[in-house]
Design a protein around this ligand. Structure first.
Ligand SMILES: CSCCC(=O)C(=O)COP(=O)(O)O
Ligand code: MG
Length: 244
């Protein structure tokens, strides 16, 4: 059983590989965006609503529809988590979530635990000391809100009301840099760093969060990259939020 040094007042959650399978992002979300992009380029290349995303691309990759499509395909193939791609992906996923074609598959422990933390507090004794839940993902904040607004959880599939903060690589910074977590800490200056608990599948992110003073555990889920002995020796590992 993973143990904590201090009871958290804020839980900061990664998304891919932590609350949902990596396969949903890699095998559903990314292909969906790639399949939607050609017709969006054809239809909206000069529309104001799309120009916002197009103009965020480096000029050489936004010179034509073909150039932008080729660049996006390359970035996705290499899983480059660059902000302008993440923003465009969020735009492309919007219609899929709205139509019901996309629904975020949460691991079974996630929604009940988020409900418990935010309604009853850490150990479920209530007493008014509820826990805040915030998100930090490479996915853009709009994409995060689409994800948590359309989950497969029941009875409430829209978990956005339970989430009090949204951070991505634009408003916080790269996830493997401690400075990004320090920036996130500044959003709640009254909460000491060690009363934050960051949960992620990525050991480099966990290390960066700990360098910033947060508590942080590695989350091991089916389909995640295998953890090395060194990772297990260096970091606490949980397989479910129910272990916390
Ligand atoms: C659910 S928003 C889309 C997720 C995404 O694009 C991504 O790269 C997730 O990476 P994470 O930092 O959440 O592991
Ligand atoms: Mg992740």
């Amino acid at each position: 059983m993973a143990s904590l040094n201090k009871q958290p007042r804020i839980v900061l959650l990664d998304i891919e590989g932590t609350v949902c399978p990596i396969s949903f992002v890699k095998d559903v979300l990314f292909p969906y965006a790639l399949s939607a992009l050609p017709s969006v380029l054809e239809r909206e290349w000069d529309s104001p609503s799309f120009r916002v995303y197009r103009d965020a691309f480096p000029a050489e990759h936004a010179a034509s529809q073909e150039a932008l499509l080729a660049h996006v395909r390359d970035l996705v193939a290499r899983d480059v988590k660059i902000a302008y791609l993440k923003s465009l992906q969020g735009y492309l996923w919007e219609s899929g979530y709205a139509s019901g074609e996309l629904k975020a598959p949460l691991f079974p422990d996630v929604a009940p635990r988020i409900a418990k933390w935010t309604q009853e507090g850490w150990s479920g004794e209530g007493g008014g000391k509820t826990v805040q839940v915030k998100i930090y993902s490479s996915g853009s904040v709009p994409a995060q809100k689409l994800f948590f607004g359309h989950t497969d959880a029941a009875p409430e599939s829209d978990l956005r009301p339970r989430i009090s903060g949204w951070f991505d690589t634009v408003n916080a910074g790269p996830k493997t840099e401690a400075e990004s977590y320090r920036r996130i800490l500044e959003s709640e200056p009254h909460v000491p760093a060690d009363e934050w608990l960051f949960l992620s599948d990525n050991v480099r992110e966990v290390a960066a969060a700990k360098e910033a003073g947060m508590q942080s555990f590695v989350v091991e889920r089916p389909g995640n990259a295998p953890l090395g002995d060194e990772d297990r020796a260096k970091h606490r590992v949980v397989r479910s939020f129910d272990e916390l």
